[in-house]
Design a protein around this ligand. Structure first.
Ligand SMILES: [Zn+2]
Ligand SMILES: [Zn+2]
Length: 135
């Protein structure tokens, strides 16, 4: 049996548990994921649609579905953090990697839509590191 991983949104209203039994881990660089996340790429882990136990806050989740294209996002209605959701075709539960509290037993396998990579991603990775705010 796979171990359980918990996850939560930033404000703590939405909490959940999933089995550490994942099918795929993709970093999506498409423009729509840049908009949805506000960052360079979306880190999404795919699992079976029923692999989720909501521990709290499920009724406080808002789902956005693009009217004509295959883009969705579920987020905490209070803090806006990305939380898991079942895709439109009901084939997978998509777990935003950053919502998990522990390391999953899967590593990112691919950068998808790499042709749309944010022009500032590579310069950002080369930028100087601080452990907190810059002094
Ligand atoms: Zn929240
Ligand atoms: Zn994408």
């Amino acid at each position: 049996m796979s171990k359980k991983l918990t996850g939560e949104c930033l404000c703590g209203k939405v909490t959940f548990s999933v089995s550490d039994n994942f099918r795929a881990f993709y970093q999506c660089h498409c423009k729509q994921c840049q908009q949805l996340t506000g960052s360079a790429f979306a880190s999404n882990i795919f699992t079976a649609p029923d692999n989720i136990e909501w521990l709290s806050g499920e009724s406080g989740i808002t789902m956005y579905e693009h009217p004509s294209r295959e883009f969705s996002k579920s987020f905490c209605s209070v803090c806006g953090s990305a939380v898991p959701f079942v895709n439109k075709t009901k084939t997978s539960l998509i777990v935003p990697a950053g919502s998990l509290n522990a390391l999953p037993n899967i590593q990112p396998q691919a950068n998808i839509f790499a042709s749309e990579e944010a022009c500032w991603l590579k310069p950002g990775l080369r930028a100087v590191n601080f452990s907190g705010f810059p002094e």
